[in-house]
Design a protein. Structure first.
Length: 240
């Protein structure tokens, strides 16, 4: 969007390029958040909930200006504190600013300036549980999972991974270019089996470690007996 309407100035901050203003406006049901130099018109903005993934903790972008950048957008209700990180992981202060109440938007605007950067900077932060959150993380649909539901999700993940990795390890000897990955896959199998051992009742490291061999044999036998293949293998076969 070029030469946007004037909008509402929410906040301002100094930068190496001059005083910046954080601006918001609502157009055709979409809330837009942008940054501009004070005294100049708003020329670009990010529209909230307009991307393919509409349930992220952060909806943000960044503008780079030589050796500094400004990251801006909006954060979900769970985010309590924000920072801007440059490409080397150095953090800089950032702010959360409420949007106008009449927008009816749960997300809040957020922004900050990072220096000592040339390629990128990003908005990051911490949620109401103290966890570090970055722009890639997707919000869960539920926050009220029971302990049993959580364990079942972990079990399902472990089972799927064990089948995938067992199948891959079986194929590797026949694919010369994958020979160098055997040890990595074996390590991944061991880690998944160890995690599953805790889900299945192991109460300490010794007990869990003693269960790994049996779990690996169990899944090796199941993959062999069932002739199991991961979904992508069927897709490869159908495309040949």
């Amino acid at each position: 969007m070029n030469q946007l309407p004037e909008g509402t100035v929410l906040d301002e901050v100094g930068s190496p390029g001059g005083v910046l203003e954080l601006v918001t406006l609502q157009a055709k049901g979409t809330v837009w958040i942008g940054v501009k130099l004070k005294g100049l018109p708003l020329e670009s903005a990010i529209g909230l909930h307009t991307g393919s993934e509409k349930n992220q903790y952060f909806e943000a972008t960044a503008e780079m200006h030589g050796t500094w950048g400004v990251a801006f957008g909006a954060v979900s209700p769970e985010i309590e504190r924000v920072e801007v990180w440059n490409e080397r992981g150095k953090s800089f202060p950032a702010r959360i600013v409420p949007l106008p109440v009449h927008f009816g938007e749960q997300y809040r605007a957020a922004w900050g300036v990072a220096t000592e950067c040339r390629r990128s900077c990003e908005l990051t932060g911490y949620d109401d549980r103290g966890r570090f959150i970055d722009g890639e993380m997707i919000r869960p649909r539920r926050r009220d999972l029971t302990a049993d539901e959580t364990l079942e999700l972990i079990r399902t993940h472990c089972e799927r991974s064990l089948r995938d990795l067992t199948w891959a390890l079986k194929r590797m000897p026949s694919i010369p270019e994958q020979a160098g990955h055997v040890k990595h896959v074996e390590n991944e199998l061991h880690e998944r089996a160890l995690l599953l051992a805790y889900v299945e009742g192991a109460d300490d490291e010794r007990t869990a470690g003693s269960s790994v061999g049996a779990i690996l044999r169990r899944y090796a036998a199941a993959v062999e007996a069932e002739g199991w293949e991961p979904p992508f293998a069927h897709e490869e076969s159908s495309n040949r």
